[in-house]
Design a protein around this ligand. Structure first.
Ligand SMILES: Cc1ncc(C[n+]2csc(CCOP(=O)(O)OP(=O)(O)O)c2C)c(N)n1
Ligand code: SF4
Length: 277
């Protein structure tokens, strides 16, 4: 694990390693990226909370040495919203699978984005339901095989970035587990951003997606991720260009009023008190 002159291990529960994840699962890349981002920002672990949903990716809080919440499938953003409203000074990072964030949790995702509450949301997009056996997800690429679409998915694919942008997220980025240097950079930007920040990380599930689609092992999947994406050009894209290879990079970085601040201002205006204490 690269140290880059900083103590990444301080942010990992090394005593519980190895993880429960399959060998070569992309989740480890993202956890390392998160720990690196925390280390570079010198985040106080007692003042940070990692909130996970359910699924393989939902296990992330088990391995990050901050406060942790392991919640329910699709509801991580509900818990995180309550936590942030009660304790607005905490750094709250929410880790969810694509199914967790955009299928069962889709409504929470769009409304948390609409409110612009200061949460960092990491969507681990492996295009499949990993934990429950490789079923199709809204993010499953059109035509690909899952255990519920053995002849190829005929459903159209949700684009996390388009949904986040349309719902009002104010920081929106995509990277991949191939881009190991970029993951901590994007997570750092998202944590520093005072608003709803979404980082989609295209990730590999070699056990189900890779095997069912005959992509190969984990390293073959990293090459596949590299080849199906390209960095954002420095210009606005039209609809046809957006339909080409998936773009990576920062799609939006805008500062507007954040929700806990708006609520605090409201309380001051009407003479109420803020928070639960
Ligand atoms: C309310 C509810 N419905 C269904 C499940 C079963 N379930 C657990 S994990 C999961 C899917 C996980 O897929 P994803 O969210 O994409 O995460 P991954 O495992 O791929 O990281 C499902 C359907 C559940 N735990 N709770
Ligand atoms: S089933 Fe897929 S997503 Fe889950 S741990 Fe294994 S490789 Fe990772």
């Amino acid at each position: 694990m690269p140290k880059l002159g900083i103590d990444v291990d301080k942010y990992l529960r090394t005593q519980v390693l190895p993880t429960v994840w399959c060998p070569g699962c992309g989740n480890g890349n993202t956890v390392e990226g998160l720990a690196t981002a925390f280390a570079r920002l010198d985040v106080d672990p007692t003042q940070a909370v990692v909130v996970g949903g359910i699924g393989c990716s939902g296990r992330t809080p088990f391995y990050v040495a901050t406060n942790a919440m392991h919640t329910t499938h699709g509801r991580a953003l509900g818990y995180a919203t309550g936590l942030k409203m009660a304790q607005p000074n905490l750094t709250v990072v929410v880790t969810m699978g694509d199914g967790d964030a955009l299928a069962i949790g889709g409504n929470h995702f769009i409304h948390a984005a609409r409110r612009n509450i200061d949460l960092t949301v990491l969507v681990y997009n492996n295009g499949i339901y990993g934990m429950t056996g490789g079923q199709g997800a809204p993010t499953t690429p059109f035509g690909s095989r899952t255990t519920t679409s053995l002849t190829g998915s005929i459903e159209r694919t949700f684009d996390t970035i388009e949904i986040a942008l349309a719902a009002g997220a104010t920081y929106v980025a995509r990277t991949t587990t191939f881009d190991m240097q970029e993951i901590p950079l994007r997570i750092e930007e998202a944590i520093k951003h005072p608003g709803f920040a979404v980082v989609e990380i295209l990730s590999q599930c070699p056990t189900y997606y890779g095997r069912l689609n005959q992509i190969g092992d984990s390293s073959d999947m990293l090459v596949w991720e590299r080849d199906r994406t390209e960095g954002l050009p420095v210009k606005m894209l039209n609809r046809e260009e957006l339909l080409g290879p998936l773009k990576t990079g920062v799609f939006k970085n805008e500062r507007i009023t954040e929700f806990t601040k708006a609520y605090s201002d409201l309380c001051a205006r009407v003479g109420g008190s803020y928070g639960l204490s």
